[in-house]
Write a protein that binds this ligand. Structure first.
Ligand SMILES: NC(=O)N[C@@H](CC(=O)O)C(=O)O
Ligand SMILES: [Zn+2]
Ligand SMILES: [Zn+2]
Length: 346
């Protein structure tokens, strides 16, 4: 070991755990390093009501291996029929920490999402009143908007009008992929934060397409130009409290990824912390890793920082990560950064 770094145990503020056999297989990959995670509700069918969120939380806790500690922070999937009173009750009981907005058709399992934003005005006003954050998949779905422009257009056409119409609404822009997202967060002093994934700090759109199509680098929002990756790196490593880790680790089986119509999502639960240590060291910002992965998220959500810690160590030899994890539904490929990583979690 040549170097080590001990930080408060990190949390993942954007995670897909799925259900059933997939849940059992991927949960230990997150629980090994992370204390808590915001659990995305895009199951089939989606987690819409407080009762469904409670049942899903119980299935997650039942799937947790003996001896592992992990707290799932539950979310509700916003639909045009969501009942503001149900949302408020689920928040008041402590069960639900956020509501997730998927524009209808924007991403995996988003068909029940919102098409007419006027229909969710009452829920958003209730959320502003009670201080419950809205987590946003920020992409428009218009056929005439280029997929690489969908985040920037969403900010202007949807997000900014929603925030203006709903003063006090606390919003997390999930998995931002552009300098436009970074700039929008920075221009707004209060009530706005953003998660940044591990993979968007590492890949740009060339990684997906140059030299043959790489389905395991395909996710939504899709990785953008290099200048955007650099803006994300600057934001994540800056220590700015408005930016925090949300891995968006999103398992799909290899047959579903390596297909003529492959699913969107990168699976990074297994190796996120070593990859982040590599990225932060490259940016001469190891001292800010704890802010990004362990402190800024709890501050936004009004929760305490985890009281225990993890230690990352850097070795001369490259760390070997599994190429995939086995699940009863099939293998799930672990994100490969494409370069050697010398960090590991002890
Ligand atoms: N990020 C992805 O590419 N996929 C996510 C959905 C999402 O977060 O948009 C998934 O559930 O697979
Ligand atoms: Zn999303
Ligand atoms: Zn996601």
């Amino acid at each position: 070991m040549t170097q080590s770094l001990t930080i408060a145990r990190p949390d993942d503020w954007h995670l897909h755990l799925r259900d059933g056999a997939m849940l059992s297989a991927v949960l230990p990959e997150t629980a090994r390093d992370f204390g808590r995670a915001i659990i995305m509700p895009n199951l089939v069918p989606p987690v819409v009501t407080g009762a469904q969120a409670m049942a899903y939380r119980d299935r997650i806790l039942a799937a947790l291996p003996e001896g592992m500690a992990f707290t799932p922070l539950m979310t509700l999937y916003l639909t045009e029929d969501t009942d503001p009173a149900d949302v408020a009750a689920a928040h008041a009981s402590g069960l639900v920490k956020a509501v997730k907005l998927y524009p209808a058709g924007a991403t995996t399992n988003s068909a029940s999402g919102v098409a007419d934003f006027d229909k969710v005005r009452g829920v958003l006003e209730k959320m502003a009143e009670i201080g419950l954050p809205l987590c946003v998949h920020g992409e428009v779905t218009d056929a005439d908007i280029d997929i690489f422009d969908r985040e920037a257009v969403f900010i202007d056409r949807v997000l900014d009008p929603i925030r203006t119409a709903t003063p006090g609404l606390r919003v997390v822009m999930e998995h931002i992929t552009t300098s436009n997202g970074v700039d929008y967060v920075k221009a707004n002093a209060t009530d706005l934060g953003a998660t940044i994934t591990t993979h968007h700090l590492i890949i740009n759109r060339n990684h997906i397409l140059v030299g043959g199509i790489k389905p395991h680098y395909y996710c939504l929002p899709v990785a953008k130009r290099e200048e955007h990756r650099l803006a994300l790196r600057a934001a994540a490593t800056s220590g700015d409290a408005r930016f925090f880790l949300g891995t968006d680790s999103a398992p799909h089986t290899d047959p579903n990824k390596e297909s003529a119509c492959g699913c969107a999502g990168c699976f990074t639960a297994t190796n996120t912390m070593p990859l982040l240590a590599h990225v932060f060291e490259e940016e001469n910002a190891l001292a800010n890793l704890e802010q990004f992965a362990s402190k800024n998220g709890p501050a936004f959500y009004g929760l305490p920082v985890n009281s225990d810690s993890i230690t990352l160590a850097k070795s001369d030899a490259a760390t070997s990560f599994p190429s995939h994890i086995d699940t009863k539904e099939g293998p799930v490929t672990v994100f490969d950064p494409g370069f050697p990583v010398h960090w590991s979690v002890l």
